[in-house]
Design a protein around this ligand. Structure first.
Ligand SMILES: [Zn+2]
Length: 382
């Protein structure tokens, strides 16, 4: 049998698995995957630990009990964001129980989903299982989503439904925006600043590009709207700008990084093409080379029908209408495998990515009960 829920929380929190684009900070998630693999093995699941093609220090876990089509997947990520230990009142890598809360990095986002999912899996009698019950744990959700992308490419897991246990305060989330991280690189020609015609100034061209982007931002706002979100339109944030070196040289290089939060139905590649088309005349007029590209693969927007079986079932059990959430998740990758996918977890996003991250103890039992109910609905004999 498996350890108590609290002991599983303790083991997961005290096993660091920080994901970070900075290689100095980035850690392997394999020790966390191995903890889950051992517990799932003890529960009688067939467990596969699959190192990522793109990074052998990282792995996904796929566990399955039962055979045939259909069934249910409990899915989540095994990594966490980095933390600044000096800002924490408790040790982020040790479980601290106080004030009716469990504190520690990942308790809320979202290692803490796994002990509850596993406890729910342990509660069902194997003889009752008619359809497969699966648990998936990915790596690198907090950075590139490489784990979920590789799962989707493997076309596994497949089931009728998938629950992504990200922090939604136990309210079913049926939609979120996508995220495209983009940049414009402008290449001019350096020259002596005393003669403007001696070169091509990338900052001058960037000024025009920024004007064009801001106009495009207004256009996107009038073109799209979705009242599932607090900010109902697609946003564009101009986030960082680097150009030039000294005042008396014509600037030959400028780079602007920005993000666009995509509403469902929007596509990052289509937007990049559109922006590229919109700056052609600036390039022709100034003589600067203007390149628009992604800085990393985008997170697609996610939306599932509010009348689906899983979303309705969760809505009835929690007495909460399905809602949109403001953060991106792995949901679109699971949905792409043909499953009805809903984001639903016990933590609150207010504690995610924050010092002194915690989960309230009063969330644990209701979550486990709901997950058990889902197993009965999707996997058990009537
Ligand atoms: Zn998360």
């Amino acid at each position: 049998m498996i350890p108590s829920t609290t002991e599983m929380f303790r083991a997961l929190v005290s096993t660091p698995s920080v994901s970070c684009p900075d290689h100095q900070i980035d850690q392997s998630n394999i020790d966390v995957i191995n903890l889950l693999a051992n517990w799932l093995d003890d529960l009688g699941f067939d467990v596969v630990v699959k190192p990522l093609e793109s990074n052998r220090q990282k792995a996904n876990l796929l566990a399955r009990k039962g055979s045939g089509d259909g069934g249910l997947v409990f899915a989540g990520h095994s990594d966490t964001v980095p933390c600044f230990e000096s800002q924490w009142a408790v040790d982020p890598f040790a479980l601290t129980e106080k004030d009716d809360r469990l504190y520690g990095l990942g308790t809320c986002d979202m290692k803490g989903f796994f002990p509850l999912a596993l406890a729910a899996c342990a509660a069902i009698d194997d003889k009752q299982l008619e359809k497969p019950l699966c648990v998936a744990a990915t790596s690198d959700e907090e950075t590139s989503m490489a784990g979920a992308r590789e799962l989707a490419a493997m076309e596994f897991p497949k089931a009728d439904a998938a629950v992504i246990g990200e922090p939604t305060d136990l309210i079913p989330a049926y939609t979120h925006k996508g995220i495209a991280l983009l940049r414009v690189i402008i290449t001019g020609i350096a020259g002596h600043s005393s003669d403007p015609d001696a070169g091509v100034n990338a900052i001058d061209a960037m000024h025009q590009v920024i004007e064009r982007l801001m106009a495009f931002r207004g256009e996107l706002k009038s073109r799209y709207a979705n009242d599932a979100f607090a900010v109902q339109y697609p946003t564009m944030n101009l986030g960082c700008l680097h150009a030039g070196d000294v005042p008396n040289r014509i600037c030959a290089h400028a780079e602007l990084q920005f993000d666009i939060r995509l509403l469902p139905t929007m596509n990052a590649d289509v937007l990049i093409e559109e922006i590229q088309r919109q700056v052609v005349d600036i390039s022709e007029r100034t003589g600067a080379k203007i390149q628009v590209e992604s800085t990393c693969p985008s997170i697609p927007p996610f939306e599932t029908s509010t009348t689906g079986k899983l979303v309705q079932h969760l809505s009835n059990m929690t007495r909460h209408a399905p809602q949109g959430v403001a953060f991106g998740t792995e949901a679109p990758f699971y949905q792409a495998l043909g499953m009805e996918t809903v984001v639903f977890g016990p933590g609150s996003v207010n504690q995610a990515h924050q010092p002194d991250e915690y989960i309230s103890l009063d969330r644990l039992k209701p979550t486990q009960t709901i997950l058990e109910n889902l197993i009965h609905t999707y996997c058990a004999k009537p």
